[in-house]
Ligand binder design. Structure first.
Ligand code: GTP
Ligand code: MG
Length: 435
């Protein structure tokens, strides 16, 4: 396998930079420039090329298979000037290494069995995670997450399918090798697990990519004031003229380790103004796409307060009764509400808590956050449902076997037992060069 090299630290000037070299010739190539290396030890050594010292470096050698990639690997820590980084890399390439492609180190780790596919994907998520919660999610996936359970289920399914297929070879005789009850209960277990994971994707995805919170309601209730208060920034224009906000305004903030994207929207009312109407259409769209809708009503507006026109959405809706500083007696029959004042700040902590609460329970790997896994999981769910129904309805075994193979294939694409170049291509293209 060819020896690859890349700068593994971010592009730019830093205190130090790390250049990684991996492949069968890694040690030989490195030792043309540095002092002899010993396994798993860092060597303080000048990096000398053509008689000139390029830099004083710290070089670590990891002998195969005990390295990140599983191949011989050398990591050269040098001073982080752009000149030094580039010079060292170019010397390594002139000496026979090849520039690594995006994700190639991790791809090799996968090919050498150092990581499974979902762990490789988790590494990409880990690198890209920006908040504590998305970091936790990636870490739990790196540790195995829901993979282990799926793997065991797949193995059992494989065994039973083999038995079922064996029966087909004896189709003249009336034999039954595969225990139908076991097969049925296994299919049910897989169906339930797949269903749970498919359902967890909305939450998992929100934790990973940010929770979309739309602030909607009638004009002038204080939506933009609330946005500004939540962001602690003068982001949106506030005025006492109803219909101030025309376009959606978004910004992000971290609450309790979760990335939250707040979306202020145009107040919803009947209007003949086409521009305002376009804004209202956007409000409805934002509400539909949101993970959480904060529906704001004005505490002084008795009618709206008791019959709030809360849009129906998939996610959670929180009713925020704003301007509570203007009333002294609070009274409403509406359930699930929080009293707030965007002006004084009353109730904002409670509101923030209500927004993040459903996303705080990041169980150990219990959540699906990867789009590829989500798509495969939906295919698995469809296939295993067919199997379950087939078994219940006494469908001929050869047809059940086809659905079983289909289900096994889809579990395999998630756990990494089944890979195609296409799958590998999509996964590793998400990495940057040097990882
Ligand atoms: N007393 C009081 N006034 C508030 C509060 N929140 C907002 N206001 C006032 O209510 C008026 C409308 O506020 P906005 O934030 O512009 O309301 P909006 O819902 O964004 O309105 P549109 O963009 O027109 O839909 C402004 O005069 C605010 O100062 C509050 O909590 N208490
Ligand atoms: Mg507004």
């Amino acid at each position: 396998m060819s020896t690859i090299a890349a700068i593994s630290t971010p592009a730019g000037v830093g205190g130090i930079a790390v250049i990684r070299l991996s492949g069968s010739e890694a040690k030989t190539i490195a030792e043309r420039f540095v002092r002899p290396l010993s396994d798993h030890k860092a060597t303080y050594t000048p990096f000398v090329a053509d008689g000139d010292t390029v830099d004083e470096t710290m070089v670590t050698y990891y002998q195969a298979p005990h390295s990140y990639t599983g191949d011989d690997t050398v990591e050269i820590a040098c001073h982080g000037s752009l000149y030094i980084q580039q010079a060292i890399l170019q010397h390594l390439i002139a000496a026979g290494a090849r520039l690594a492609e995006a994700g190639e180190f991790t791809r090799r780790a996968f090919l050498n069995g150092r990581l499974n596919l979902s762990q490789a994907e988790a590494v990409a998520d880990l690198i890209n995670s920006t908040t504590e919660a998305s970091n936790q999610l990636a870490l739990s996936q790196l540790r195995g997450g829901y993979q282990q359970k799926l793997k065991e289920m797949r193995q059992e399914l494989l065994d039973l399918t083999a038995l079922l297929e064996l029966e087909l070879d004896f189709s003249q005789e009336d034999v039954e090798f595969a225990d139908r009850n076991r097969l049925l209960s296994l299919s049910e277990n897989i169906e339930n697990e797949a269903m749970r994971l498919v359902e967890s994707f909305r939450t998992g995805n929100a934790v990973k990519n940010g929770i979309r919170v739309a602030i909607v309601g009638k004009p002038n209730v204080g939506k933009s004031s609330l946005l500004n208060a939540l962001l602690d920034d003068d982001r949106a224009i506030v005025s006492n003229i109803p219909g101030t906000t025309r376009d959606t305004i978004e910004d992000t903030v971290t609450i309790d380790g979760l990335l939250i994207r707040f979306i202020d929207t145009a107040g919803i009312r009947h209007t003949d103004n086409p521009i305002e109407q376009a804004g209202i259409d956007r409000s409805m769209k934002a509400a539909k796409e949101a993970d959480v809708v904060v529906y704001v009503v004005d505490a002084t507006d008795k009618e709206n307060l008791n019959n709030p026109n809360v849009p129906k959405i998939q996610g959670t809706t929180i009713l925020a009764i704003n301007k509570c500083d203007l009333i002294d007696h609070i009274n409403t029959s509406t359930p699930n509400h929080i009293y707030i004042s965007a002006k004084t700040g009353t109730g904002l902590d409670e509101l923030k808590h209500a927004i993040v609460a459903p996303f705080k329970e990041v169980g150990d790997g219990a959540m699906l956050s990867n789009l590829r896994h989500f798509e495969a999981m939906k295919c698995l769910l469809a296939a295993i449902r067919q199997v379950r129904q087939g078994l219940e309805q006494g469908t001929p075994s050869d047809l059940v076997a086809i659905d079983l193979r289909d289900a096994i294939h889809h579990i395999g694409t998630i756990t990494g037992e089944v890979t195609t170049d296409e799958i590998l291509g999509t996964i590793f293209s998400r990495f940057c060069v040097g990882k």
